[in-house]
Design a protein around this ligand. Structure first.
Ligand SMILES: *[C@@H]1O[C@H](CO)[C@@H](O)[C@H](O)[C@H]1NC(C)=O
Ligand SMILES: *[C@@H]1O[C@H](CO)[C@@H](O)[C@H](O)[C@H]1NC(C)=O
Ligand SMILES: *[C@@H]1O[C@H](CO)[C@@H](O)[C@H](O)[C@H]1NC(C)=O
Ligand SMILES: *[C@@H]1O[C@H](CO)[C@@H](O)[C@H](O)[C@H]1NC(C)=O
Length: 409
């Protein structure tokens, strides 16, 4: 048996290799498909789209629950709660049964996928405590101080060193507040997340009703921050007609549930709520760096900044630029007035005729934001009292980005 130091050095080396070569190199759905005792667990990973997200991580330890444990936990709980619980069972470290029994000092904390959406209050909400008890039992619990350690390692299921390890535990880990269903007042969530301008447009245009009407089957919202509306290069939206405002606001949402992991792995054009026919008002996505998702409208790009809410089947993101559809704001070769207006206003309206032919060949731009754009400018304007810990209490990054808008003239 290798001494612990050798082990962690190896693990480190292998996870570096894994990062460079095999991100998404495994398919958790396929792995679990060989183990009928975990079919319910596997099915919930797919329904909550956690499976897609898990596949994008280079190193994962999954604490799996067998069908009996899933039935008693998930049976009568909303999917949004099940998702929170399962993301807390997804450790972003590698622990096989041997290393679980060799934890130095007998106890450690591991960050989980839940940390991405749980926010930071109380401290360590998105972490689990792993403790190697006397007598060789390994216990798990929430890392929030004062929590009980009452989930136990029961057996090994499958390891692919050092990418993914799946082990069974006997019961879900219950972190404080994790069983509470999330409130879903979209307007309030958006206001609290620093998207007051967008929340107002949503209410005033009446499009909030359309958002609410699709929730049952899924809703994804890309809400521009208040700063995004003030950024240089945003057309004067007060010049849009009522119908155009409706289209613009509808363009910022999808009629299905696409959490970050799904957006990361997306390769297709995505229809929005504004889409009326093939190729109209759609979006494409790309990734940047380790963890960034960039949306492309054909005119400019916009990054996901924060996850305000991820409660299956609803996910709400903030984005750093207003999404400008080519159908409303033209393209580089468009004879319509330039969409780029001086921030002081005074330039002519940017609205192209809505009857303009659809443009299938939206130029897909690489992400061209200048490095000075996002750099370190943060505002503390979202220090909001959030009742549910599932809401992301967020610092909204000010995106003082010069939007790279195509222009004619
Ligand atoms: C993962 O495996 C499942 C079941 O075999 C399959 O349906 C799914 O398409 C696979 N996902 C990817 C990304 O290959
Ligand atoms: C894990 O929980 C136990 C019991 O509450 C505690 O004694 C231990 O210090 C915790 N481990 C860490 C690393 O915080
Ligand atoms: C956990 O979440 C916090 C707050 O969202 C974030 O700042 C931190 O980087 C995350 N920790 C890890 C290890 O990913
Ligand atoms: C959400 O909150 C806003 C502001 O408090 C309120 O006007 C609206 O009626 C609420 N919507 C729902 C669906 O409860």
């Amino acid at each position: 048996m290798a001494p612990p130091q050798t082990f962690s050095l190896l693990a480190f080396t292998f996870s570096l290799l894994a990062i460079s070569s095999t991100v998404g190199g495994y398919n958790i759905t396929k792995i679990l498909a060989s183990y009928p005792d975990y079919s319910s667990f596997n099915s919930y990973l797919s329904q909550t789209k956690l499976a897609e997200e898990i596949n994008t991580y280079p190193t994962i330890t999954l604490l799996a629950l067998n069908n009996d444990a899933m039935a008693s936990f998930a049976g009568k709980r909303p999917l949004s709660v099940v998702k929170k619980a399962l993301s807390l069972l997804t450790l972003l470290d590698y622990y096989d049964p041997e290393s679980l029994h060799q934890i130095s000092e007998g106890t450690t904390l591991s960050v989980t996928l839940y940390n991405n959406t749980a926010g930071n209050a109380p401290e360590y909400l998105g972490y689990v405590n792993i403790t190697d008890l006397y007598g060789g039992q390994v216990a798990f619990g929430s890392a929030v101080s004062g929590s009980k350690l009452d989930s136990y390692f029961t057996k090994s299921i499958k390891q692919i060193p050092y990418d993914i390890s799946v082990v069974e535990i006997d019961a879900p880990i219950i972190a404080p507040g994790i069983l509470a269903a999330s409130p879903a007042n979209i307007t309030v969530l958006l206001e609290n997340a620093g998207c007051k301008t967008f929340a107002k447009m949503l209410a005033k245009s009446g499009v909030i009703k359309k958002y609410e009407s699709v929730i049952k089957n899924g809703l994804t919202v890309f809400a521009p921050s208040d700063e995004a509306f003030k950024a240089k290069g945003v057309p004067d939206l007060t010049k849009l007609t009522r119908d155009e405002v409706v289209s613009l606001v509808e363009y910022h949402a999808l009629a299905h549930y696409k959490p970050k992991g799904s957006l990361k792995s997306n390769k297709n054009k995505i229809s929005t709520l504004a889409t009326t026919g093939a190729g109209k008002f759609d979006l494409t996505t790309s990734t940047s760096g380790d963890d960034e998702v960039v949306l492309h409208t054909g005119i400019a790009s916009s990054r996901l900044v924060h996850t305000v809410l991820d409660a299956t089947p609803v996910v709400i993101f903030t984005v750093d630029n207003v999404l400008l559809p080519t159908e409303l704001f033209g393209k580089s070769h468009s004879p319509a007035p330039a969409p780029v207006l001086s921030p002081a206003g005074g330039a002519p309206p940017a609205a192209a005729s809505p009857s303009e032919p659809p443009t299938d060949e939206s130029p897909k731009r690489s992400h061209t934001d200048s490095p000075t754009g996002l750099a370190n400018s943060k505002s503390a304007n979202a220090a909001v009292a959030v009742r549910s810990p599932s809401l992301f209490t967020a610092l909204v990054t000010i995106a003082a980005i010069a939007v790279s808008v195509s222009r004619c003239s």
